[in-house]
Design a protein around this ligand. Structure first.
Ligand SMILES: NC(=O)c1ccc[n+]([C@@H]2O[C@H](COP(=O)([O-])OP(=O)(O)OC[C@H]3O[C@@H](n4cnc5c(N)ncnc54)[C@H](OP(=O)(O)O)[C@@H]3O)[C@@H](O)[C@H]2O)c1
Length: 297
């Protein structure tokens, strides 16, 4: 597994990280989650991304692998969290200073970690929130020693603005063959500030495997894009998941690409792609051109 620096944090992380959103699904057997989390570490993954709003994810990380904490860097998120009301889980957005600090403290307990490596906002605070007070609370968590580093998970110009305005260490955002918008403003802004880059949806949820348009907007957008994208032609003989992941990893400013999976075979196959081989420049240029022609003009 290839390692990369996480911006100016001084941390080094595996270029393929583990996206822990899916393991939060309470319907997934705990045994399967325990296996996949331990397998990730055994295979050399040293970066895990979770969030207060990913169901049972934080508690399962705390239960199954917190005893191996010296083997990985853990990033969680606050601002959004989940509550169960009448047996139904719902998401609460709370960017008040009190809410932010309470959420982080709860994460410390669930994760079984006094000090969390990275806490990020799960998006920018809303229009009616006091943005300044919210970022000050996030920074206070750092001063209290509850987290070593702070960041934000946010795409687009809102993400670039937050990175430029606040002393953040990391940023999480979308970058993949079908969503290359970050090339224009976000990557250059983060490079200037030497921030660590955590890439979510690095294989665009493998949407090309779906024959029907998914209902969820988060999946429907990439599905629509892939209908007009010459993915197979660009990938040539390379399997599409491998092509997609190599594309993301070929970006020199990517610190870690956090692939989400609950499938041990998929995890093992993905890790093999981290062999230091970037896509040839010609293919990279053609893939960028195909994107620009279809989605930016
Ligand atoms: N707002 C935010 O901050 C935000 C939003 C979205 C995601 N995230 C983070 O980013 C992580 C990754 O994003 P994501 O999971 O949405 O997208 P992704 O990593 O691009 O795609 C995950 C999907 O790809 C499938 N997959 C993975 N490896 C595969 C393989 N070798 N062959 C076939 N299918 C494969 C997985 O299914 P299987 O389980 O079947 O392998 C899963 O459905 C999340 O877990 C989460 O930590 C953050």
């Amino acid at each position: 597994m290839q390692q990369r620096p996480l911006g100016r944090t001084g941390l080094t992380v595996s270029e393929i990280g583990f996206g822990a959103a899916q393991i939060g699904n309470p319907e997934l057997p705990g045994k399967q989650v325990e296996t996949v989390l331990n397998q990730a570490l055994d295979l050399g993954i040293t970066f895990i991304d979770t969030a207060a709003m990913y169901g049972d994810s934080e508690a399962r990380i705390g239960e199954y692998i917190s005893h191996r904490k010296d083997e990985f860097t853990l990033a969680t998120k606050c601002g959004d969290y989940q509550v169960t009301e009448n047996g139904t889980r719902k998401t609460v957005k709370d960017y008040t200073p009190d809410g932010i600090l309470k959420t982080i403290d709860t994460s410390r307990k669930k994760l079984n970690m006094d000090i969390i490596d990275i806490v990020q906002f799960h998006g920018v605070p809303g229009d009616t929130d006091d943005t300044k007070a919210a970022f000050e609370a996030l920074l206070e968590a750092k001063h209290k020693g509850w987290t070593r580093f702070v960041g934000i998970s946010q795409d687009g110009s809102k993400g670039a603005r937050a990175a430029a305005e606040w002393p953040l260490d990391t940023q999480e955002f979308t970058y993949n063959i079908l969503y290359q918008e970050a090339d224009a403003i976000l990557f250059p802004t983060l490079r200037d500030r030497q921030m660590g880059t955590i890439i979510k949806r690095p294989i665009s949820n493998a949407v090309w495997q779906r024959t029907e348009k998914p209902e969820k907007a988060m999946m429907a957008g990439p599905w629509e894009r892939v209908q007009t994208f010459p993915l197979a032609e660009l990938a040539g003989d390379m399997p599409l998941i491998e092509f997609a992941l190599r594309f993301t990893l070929s970006h020199p400013d990517v610190s870690t690409a956090i692939v989400g999976t609950t499938n041990p075979d998929h995890l093992a196959a993905n890790v093999l792609i981290s062999d230091g081989q970037k896509l040839p420049d010609e293919i990279l240029q053609k893939t960028k051109q195909a994107f620009t022609e279809r989605f930016l003009s």
